[in-house]
Design a protein around this ligand. Structure first.
Ligand code: C2E
Ligand code: CA
Ligand code: CA
Length: 697
């Protein structure tokens, strides 16, 4: 022990010769301070004043004898270590004193300069340790009573480990079935935890840890695992050697299982038992870290999304939906190798972390295997359910610096797969990444622009081919970008549609266009008055208030409903549902005109024309541009014109660019035309200048 505290020794000895001898022997030892009294009563008095560590007690005193002296001392001052001094003949009594708590006994004749100081110091230290132990034993006793702990007491000097009956019962053994001893303790520790226990003990012995405390597993007599908390304190001798260790063992199996359940729940999907997003990300992080260290293998992440799961849920119910998800989970597990991770990210989204994937081709192979496995239907509650999955693939070592980004990349690729048609896969690449970044930037800027109203309207004249006069305009929006100038709608309308920004933008456009039309009707009177064609997204009419909004705009601008033409594409019903069409027809009943844009490019044109009432259609410019050649375009245009006249609806030919196209359209009897041949979309001053010049084509 590094600290060499001075040990205060009180010698109680009536024989002057013996006293002189002791004083002599101790005077050579450093760190011992000796005081001397001759009677027990004096000794007790001195001890009451405090400061004494060790008493050297002669067994034949004038006022007390033998064991009685010792007991008196011990009971009055248990904090003091006692060494009994005897002559040979009362050896037995001295031994008795030791069993009752004396630290040692010395035969006066045998003591020498080496033995005595060592005995004194040792007695002081050991007594201190025992006091500490007793304190902790008291603490343990308290804890034990409550916790029903098992106890152990390990005497290292005698190499004897006592295990309490309760300790043994905790592991299913009768007292007699387990012998005491370190080996029988270690023998019941789980193989995997034995070394941990040994090294934890060693750490405590080395003094590196003040308390010994370890949670580990033991093996119960009937074979199951028992989680225990083992605690203990070492008792050290004067040199710091551990001489004894006492501790407890508590059964913490219930807590451990609850903890394990919590951990399990935190990392698994409750429905399918698959890993959840958190666990997947964790496993990816591990794989990525291994990759960076150079010890890992390339891996792939597959992001899988069920096509039309909502339909299954809605038509067959949630129970079938849930069972389907579970069946798919099991299927996916069967398709991958044991080390791979199948996760459910929520809803109908799954992911698979596939290790050892050399290249995209290998990852694609897995995706194809998944899709091939889905060709056969799932049998669920007597139903055959067919499913498809769209799969996005991301490879490690690509752009993604962290698991979240890689998951996002795979997600992005999945979306592109879905866009391309269902039941497909797509591999993420850097171009896709850059495009996503561009899109993200555009989205943010567009959001700001919509909030700030950074848009201007241009208007393109629509001409009556018979007479060549301007009869109306089509409103075409432009984004006025601070750095990039005017941005054409082709660059941002689709994004606006996807982000929902089309609604505020659309109402802005309609408001501007109606106000402009009303102004022009006053400035440039005509018969019939100039009309305004406005492109509207079906999304606008998903809002229940759409009809009122349009009526409000018309009311504020004082534009007659008949002067407003709403241009919708023929896919509007397909994309937005019939309610949208019903709202448009409601407006039509109030006088607003409905026009089909880009006619001929969408689906089932004819049937839609017949089902819904439109007032006019716009022949797509791809047909108009082909009208001069010998191809099908001319026939198509003629057919459309025939059909329109048959149904009694108006026609506008879009994209008229040449005199030739114009004369052909005139010959075919097309009523209205629009295109660069007449004028481009113009800003307000240019449009007014044009009208003021009363042009005629
Ligand atoms: P669209 O409805 O087919 O509009 C006609 C487009 O053709 C306009 O392009 C116009 O400038 C262009 N164009 C006109 N004459 C000719 C021609 O002779 N030759 C050629 N090659 N092109 C011609 P713009 O203004 O870039 O608009 C593109 C599309 O953006 C529009 O196609 C329309 O679908 C959409 N759009 C424009 N403004 C709005 C709007 O306010 N709301 C909505 N929802 N969509 C709009
Ligand atoms: Ca249009
Ligand atoms: Ca068009």
């Amino acid at each position: 022990m590094a600290e060499q505290r001075t040990v205060s020794v009180l010698l109680i000895e009536d024989d002057p010769g013996d006293a002189r001898l002791i004083r002599l022997l101790l005077s050579r030892a450093r760190g011992c301070a000796l005081e001397h009294v001759q009677r027990l009563a004096e000794g007790l008095e001195r001890l009451a004043a405090g400061g004494i560590d060790v008493v050297l007690l002669d067994f034949s005193l004038p006022d007390s004898r033998g064991i009685e002296s010792f007991r008196a001392l011990r009971d009055a001052h248990p904090e003091v270590a006692v060494i009994v001094l005897t002559s040979l003949d009362d050896d037995d009594v001295a031994l008795l004193a030791v069993t009752e708590g004396a630290q040692d006994y010395l035969v006066k004749r045998d003591v020498d300069t080496r033995l005595l100081p060592r005995a004194v110091r040792y007695a002081a230290e050991r007594h201190r340790a025992e006091l500490a132990l007793r304190k902790s034993e008291e603490r343990y006793a308290l804890a034990v009573r409550g916790a029903n702990d098992g106890l152990w007491d390990w005497d290292l000097e005698r190499d004897n480990l006592f295990l309490s009956p309760r300790w043994k019962a905790m592991l299913g053994y009768e007292d007699g079935e387990v012998s005491d001893g370190l080996e029988s303790w270690l023998g019941l520790v789980e193989d995997g935890d034995r070394d941990t226990l040994r090294s934890a003990l060693a750490t405590h012995f080395d003094g590196d840890a003040a308390n010994f405390e370890l949670e580990h597993r033991m093996r119960h007599k009937d074979g199951h695992q028992v989680w225990v908390l083992t605690r203990g304190v070492a008792v050290r001798d004067g040199k710091g050697r551990v001489v004894r260790m006492v501790g407890s063992q508590s059964d913490i199996t219930a807590r451990k299982l609850a903890e394990q359940q919590l951990v399990y729940d935190a990392f698994h999907d409750a429905l399918t038992g698959l890993a959840n997003r958190a666990l997947l990300l964790d496993r990816m992080a591990v794989a990525m870290a291994a990759g960076r260290r150079g010890s890992g293998n390339p891996f792939a992440l597959l992001f899988l999304d069920l096509d039309r799961f909502k339909t299954v849920n809605d038509s067959l119910g949630h129970v079938v939906g849930d069972r389907l998800l579970v069946a798919i989970a099991r299927q996916l597990e069967r398709l991958v190798r044991p080390g791979d991770t199948v996760a459910r990210l929520g809803g109908d989204e799954f992911a698979v972390l596939v290790h050892n994937v050399r290249d995209a081709a290998a990852a694609v192979h897995v995706a194809e295997r998944v899709q091939a496995s889905l060709v056969a239907p799932f049998a669920i509650q007597g139903q055959e359910v067919f499913v498809n999955m769209s799969i996005g693939i991301a490879l490690s070592g690509e752009a993604a610096p962290d698991p979240e980004s890689m998951l996002r990349d795979a997600d992005l690729a999945m979306y592109r797969a879905k866009d391309a048609g269902r039941g497909r896969y797509e591999v993420f690449d850097l171009e896709l990444h850059r495009a996503a970044l561009r899109l993200l930037k555009l989205e943010t800027e567009l959001r700001r622009a919509v909030a700030a109203g950074d848009f201007v309207m241009h208007y393109q004249p629509i001409i009556a081919l018979d007479g060549g006069k301007i009869v109306g305009f089509e409103a075409l929006v432009r984004w006025q970008h601070a750095e990039r100038g005017l941005i054409p709608p082709a660059r941002f309308i689709a994004v606006a549609e996807e982000t929902g920004l089309i609604a505020p933008l659309g109402w802005f456009v309609l408001d501007q266009a109606c106000a402009q039309a009303a102004t022009w009707q006053r400035k440039f009177p005509a018969e019939p008055p100039l009309f305004m064609s406005v492109n509207v997204s079906g999304k606008l009419f998903k809002q229940a208030t759409a009809v009122d909004q349009v009526l409000g705009i018309l009311g504020r601008s004082q534009l007659p409903p008949e002067s407003l033409r709403l241009e919708v594409t023929e896919n509007v019903v397909l994309e937005h549902g019939e309610t949208v069409m019903q709202r448009l027809l409601e407006l039509r009943a109030l006088g607003v005109q409905l026009s089909i844009d880009d006619f001929g490019t969408g689906y089932s044109s004819l049937s839609y024309l017949q089902r819904f009432r439109y007032d006019s259609l716009k022949i797509d410019r791809s047909f108009v541009s082909g009208i001069e050649g010998a191809g099908d375009s001319r026939t198509i245009v003629e057919t459309i014109l025939n059909l329109a006249s048959h149904l009694g609806i108006g026609v506008v030919a879009e994209g008229v660019e040449t005199a030739e196209q114009l004369s052909r359209l005139r010959q075919m009897g097309c009523a209205l035309g629009q295109g660069f041949w007449f004028a481009q979309a113009l800003d307000v001053p240019a449009a007014e200048e044009l009208m003021a010049s009363s042009p005629s084509w």
